[in-house]
Write a protein that binds this ligand. Structure first.
Ligand code: S3P
Length: 759
């Protein structure tokens, strides 16, 4: 059956006439039949055998070779003949039209539109108001009515190109015709249609015809076909298409095809040169870009996320259902640090030489950064099991991207990119997902403007950010109004391109990965007290990077063990940079039994294994100086507080309101559903813990993570001490920072099931 939703899209024509009963016309008849179409279907074709076959197959009720006869009482006429045959068919149609029903609607299925519109103008004086030109983007290399397929149009697009004076009722009826066949109908103007199709359909057909013809001529015994394996077969399938139809298309859409062919020839020339000169960087850059663009394209077609194509975390509407209770036991290694993963790609791309990264986080946020650099011409191999090889292009080697750079959910990417792009010679635009589009970017745009950058934002300093290239930046001394590592890093990155010194003073210490990594790449960043600075105009030298596990991801398991009687978990190789260990300090103050083992340094960053065993927690006043050092850990820490004895008070944490969600409110709403007492204030929250080893700490229920990865994971962990199941909605974004979360949660002894998984 044609898809379910068709029940609402029924085509009510009394007599549909298809002129030209080939694959496209025959499939239209077949699809209408399956949709429960009640009217009569007639066809007209110069080949009587096709008509006879159509009747025999049960696709049409009647038909013949003479248009006058078939047109009688037709309420809709679909022209499905090759493009260059349209003019003569229209001429006959114009004469015979009085035979049709009074309110007849005319449409077509031609693959090019400007030529067909010109024919209509010639024949009818102007495009009649009851004529709606259209093009179903579906087909097959097979031809003739014998190949008719009732599902040919299901989930395919049909582009209608109505003229401004079109009769709206006629347009609606053509739309219904295609919707009844399961197609998605959209509108476009004629010129744009022809441009788009030249690139997406006509050019690939030309290449396939050309390749097969060229190889077949060279190989008289046609061995290529005997030995042709996947690549040849996949690339050339469409060369089996109908020659007449395609000759007509290339003649009809000549100008647009020639323009797309020029672009293609230029690309081919570049690749030829790369092969000739053994330019392996250029080859990798092109292939990588193409390979990722192809995956991205698949993901758009499948309506899944880019990430899902890499078989990581399920996407779409993802819900976690977590059973109450369970254990927290084992040795785990959580994925690489998100902040360092972003920075490794950014600095690696701008460095001279090749940077090898180990432990890279293959989460959506850092992959968005990686993809953005590919779009700026950087050759990047991987990621493969956390390994990435970046072929640095030097400080001035980035190329203008073809379109806006999309950084998904990632505030870090957008803010750091804004600094880096402000220093480039080309214009750029940064966009993100719905959550990111609501987040404040004035905090970076304002100081960058002080440095001389020109940046446009949407209302309220929100994304998208349009950054004008070619500005000459000047170093500034900036007193940050908020403690933000993203703002600091943005300015330091812009400072690399600025004249003189860029100094940033922070109101409280924030993560210093940018400073450390710049030093690691041989770029001096100085610090005195609360201020760090660098001098513009230097260069970065590539070197290896070992990204430790992310303490922010480890936190969910630290809290899991801290609240679960009998728990004993060791988290291996976790980054314990002093600017990130607020969670360790806060949990220790609450009474957690936590020890650091095997402490050492990798690539300028301290790491350790963290062992945590259950011990009863008590409520505390969280020291304000710990807030920036634990800024991403509060959702999980709120769950620790709900399991402590007594009240935990958090203040000075207004930054939590502008994260991936308003984390104070999102957590408060979820805690309310579990029945945890709390009071919200502007810059924090009081949470009344109900910790008691012998009983659950709260109930269960359905909470909404609002698409915020850390809210989702925090409530999953909360289930360890709930009396009822907790269902968490909107969990797809866990993939931004912690693709393996559910697998690891299961390994420690939790029962999490995932609904809405994309297969
Ligand atoms: C980050 C800084 C923090 C943090 C974010 C990552 C970074 O943001 O919340 O997850 O990598 O610099 P702010 O700088 O906005 O505090």
């Amino acid at each position: 059956m044609v898809k379910e939703s068709l029940k609402t899209s029924i085509c009510h024509e009394s007599r549909l006439l298809i002129i030209g009963l080939g694959l496209i016309g025959g499939s239209l008849a077949a699809a209408l039949r399956e949709s429960g179409f009640k009217g009569q279907i007639a066809a007209c074709d110069p080949d009587g055998n096709e008509i006879a076959l159509g009747i025999e197959m049960g696709l049409i009720d009647t038909g013949g070779t003479h248009l006058y006869e078939q047109l009688r009482d037709a309420s809709m006429v679909v022209l499905a003949v090759p493009v260059l045959a349209m003019e003569s068919v229209m001429a006959t149609l114009a004469e015979a039209l009085p035979y049709a029903a009074r309110n007849v609607v005319l449409t077509d299925v031609g693959s090019t539109k400007a030529t067909i519109r010109a024919y209509a103008e010639k024949v009818f004086g102007q495009v009649p108001t009851n004529m709606v030109l259209g093009h179903p983007i579906a087909g097959s290399e097979k031809s003739g009515v014998a190949a008719a397929n009732p599902r040919l149009y299901v989930d395919h697009k049909v582009i209608l190109t109505p003229e401004p004076n079109v009769d709206h009722n006629a347009l609606e009826r053509v739309r219904l015709l295609w919707q009844a066949c399961g197609a998605d109908v959209l509108e476009m103007d004629v010129e744009r249609h022809d441009q788009v199709l030249a690139r997406t359909s006509h050019l690939p057909h030309l290449l396939a015809f050309s390749l097969v013809d060229t190889l077949a001529r060279q190989d008289e015994r046609l061995d290529i076909f005997r030995y042709a394996a996947g690549g040849f077969r996949d690339f050339t399938r469409i060369a089996g298409s109908d020659p007449v139809m395609w000759r007509d298309i290339f003649i009809a859409n000549k100008q647009a095809v020639l323009a797309s062919l020029d672009d293609f020839e230029a690309g081919l020339k570049r690749l030829r040169y790369a092969v000739e000169t053994d330019d392996s960087d250029a080859l990798i850059a092109t292939f990588d870009r193409a390979s990722h663009a192809r995956h991205y394209f698949d993901s758009l077609l499948n309506k899944t996320s880019y990430q899902a194509e890499y078989h990581m975390q399920p996407q779409g509407e993802v819900t976690y259902r977590v059973q109450p209770g369970g254990q927290a036991q084992g040795r785990l290694r959580v994925p690489g640090d998100k902040s360092m993963s972003h920075r490794s790609i950014m600095l690696g791309a701008l460095a001279e030489g090749v940077t090898e990264v180990k432990g890279f986080l293959e989460g959506e946020d850092s992959l968005a950064t990686l993809q953005a650099f590919r779009e700026m011409g950087v050759a990047i191999e991987g990621p493969h099991q956390g390994r990435v090889t970046i072929h640095g292009v030097g400080m001035h080697g980035l190329k203008a991207p073809a379109g806006p750079l999309y950084v998904g959910n990632s505030g870090t990417a957008m803010r750091l990119f804004s600094g880096l792009l402000a220093g480039q010679a080309f214009n750029s635009e940064l966009t993100g997902d719905e959550s990111l589009t609501k987040r404040p970017m004035g905090r970076v745009a304002d100081p960058l403007r002080l440095m001389g950058a020109t940046i446009d934002t949407a209302d309220g300093g929100r994304p998208p950010l349009k950054i004008h290239g070619g500005a000459s930046l000047k170093g500034i001394h900036y007193d940050m109004p908020m403690a933000s590592a993203q703002v600091k890093s943005c300015l330091l990155l812009a400072g690399l391109y600025a004249e003189g010194e860029t100094r940033v003073r922070e109101p409280a210490p924030t993560r210093d990965h940018t400073e450390r990594m710049l030093n690691g790449f041989g770029y001096a960043v100085a610090r005195e007290g609360d201020t760090c600075w660098l001098e513009g105009g230097g260069k970065l030298t590539a070197g290896p990077i070992d990204v430790p596990s992310d303490i922010s991801s480890a936190t969910f398991f630290l809290v899991a063990a801290a609240i679960t009687p009998g728990a004993d978990i060791t988290l291996e190789h976790v980054g314990i940079n002093p600017t990130r260990i607020g969670v360790i300090n806060i949990l220790t103050l609450m009474g957690a039994d936590l020890a650091l083992e095997n402490e050492h340094e990798v690539g300028g960053e301290p790491v350790a294994d963290i062992r945590i065993r259950y011990a009863p927690l008590k409520g505390i006043d969280i020291p304000v100086d710990q807030v920036p050092l634990a800024i991403d850990e509060f959702p999980a820490l709120f769950i620790a507080a709900a399991n402590a004895q007594g009240t935990t008070r958090l203040r000075g944490a207004e930054e939590l309101r502008v994260k991936e969600s308003d984390r104070i409110q999102a957590m408060a709403d979820g805690l309310a559903i579990l029945g945890v007492k709390h009071t919200v204030v502007e810059d924090g929250i009081d949470i009344v813990g109900n910790g008691d080893d012998s009983a659950p700490s709260y109930g269960g229920g359905r909470v909404d993570s609002l698409g915020d990865h850390r809210i989702a994971m925090a409530f999953a962990i909360a289930s360890l001490r709930a009396s009822e199941e907790i269902v968490i909605e909107n969990c797809a974004n866990v993939a931004t920072s912690f693709p393996d979360f559910v697998a690891l949660a299961t390994r420690i002894g939790m029962a999490v099931s995932v609904e809405g998984t994309h297969e």
